[in-house]
Write a protein that binds this ligand. Sequence first.
Ligand SMILES: CC(C)(COP(=O)(O)OP(=O)(O)OC[C@H]1O[C@@H](n2cnc3c(N)ncnc32)[C@H](O)[C@@H]1OP(=O)(O)O)[C@@H](O)C(=O)NCCC(=O)NCCSC(=O)/C=C/c1ccc(O)cc1
Length: 403
Amino acid sequence: MGSCGSNGHGTAVVVVPRPHAEGPAAMLGIGTANPTGVLMPQDVFADTLFRITNSDHLTELKHKLTRICGNTGIDKRHFHLTEETLAAHPELLDPELPSLGTRVDMTVDAVPKLAQRAAAKAIAEWGRPPADITHLVFTTYSACGAPSADLRLATLLGLRPTVSRTILSLHGCYGGGRALGLAKELAENNRGARVLVACSETTLVCFGAPDGGNLVGHAIFGDGAGAVIVGAGPFLDGEQRPIFEMVHAMQTTVPKTEHALGMQVTGGGIDFHLSIQVPTLIGQNVERCLLNAFRGGHDDDDDDAHLPSPLSGNGNKWNDFFWAVHPGGRQILDNIDKVLKLEPEKLAASRHVLREYGNMSGATIVFVLDELRQRRSLLPEWGSMMAFGPGITIETMVLRCPR
Ligand SMILES: CC(C)(COP(=O)(O)OP(=O)(O)OC[C@H]1O[C@@H](n2cnc3c(N)ncnc32)[C@H](O)[C@@H]1OP(=O)(O)O)[C@@H](O)C(=O)NCCC(=O)NCCSC(=O)/C=C/c1ccc(O)cc1
């Protein structure tokens, strides 16, 4: 139904609202990229870090980081920041010197260019030209200016000037999950919309010399970008058919956990705080979030008829699903395995991504989705995507793998 008005010349103007799409949104192309600067094996990371930050005299800290690195389940990580760049910018290592400007200057190019490489792969798989993209949702913890990395990416890819851009900043590790949730809503509510989700993260905004408080961050974070094209039916000519349908998405904030995980922009870059409680808090809350998501968002027993019920029948049903879980850290995956009583291979895609790349914050979930779809023929029909970050915020999405 349209609404009527006047165009000021006495002629009636009929505004026809854009109709909704058909069916749920789906992922139509997935791409990932890592910086080419540094590929760091985990078994030499502690030695390298302490050497390049002139911290070799802190022997106890170095031993502790070596021990933590050995328990991360990570084999290697990619970084944008090279030893040469670090040597040219001593302010990056001295907390007394302002370094935010240097870091922002470096990310202005690095973040959108990394995203461009991931997006080019997603667009190629999708099968349509970049000009057919109607919306862009960009997420990063490195955006400190305006216009920002979203506009730079739109320019690099040649998106049309009417593309509707949104940038999500400092969502940290749940940024990819939130961006996909938003893309789903945009695609389903605007017939013909094709949304590019781009997540691009680099640790150079938070890199610093090791101290007692940041060892775990040093041990697990890496750099990477992921991109997904999201759209809903009717599908266009030449377009990739759905890889994963995005059936239901929801966000949950765990009450009174604001203190557990956070980021703060300072003159010295971005400081992050990571409580030792994070794996436990996630483990304690994950099943409730999943039950709500599979009930279509209702925190009660009113199951949504079109979703499979993990509670039906006898025994543990979580093993009947496939899993795309953000590998925030090895202990987080271990706790989820334990709470949901998952069979060992259920989190294989998450553990693979953690091993090959570490935790690339908001971009990591796209790597997990990319890894899972390589195993598509082995997957059950229904699955779940989960990402965690400051709040503590838990993003959950029910996925369906079409046959
Ligand atoms: C693989 C770990 C790092 C180590 O494994 P472990 O050796 O079996 O663990 P332990 O519990 O024995 O811990 C080893 C040591 O590290 C210490 N530790 C253990 N977590 C801690 C701790 N958060 N603090 C400070 N000491 C600790 C712990 O106290 C202990 O110290 P010590 O007794 O002196 O040997 C494991 O602890 C682990 O997986 N932790 C979870 C990591 C985690 O919270 N991930 C974050 C999820 S949220 C997210 O993904 C993103 C946030 C983000 C934020 C900002 C950004 O810029 C970008 C991203």
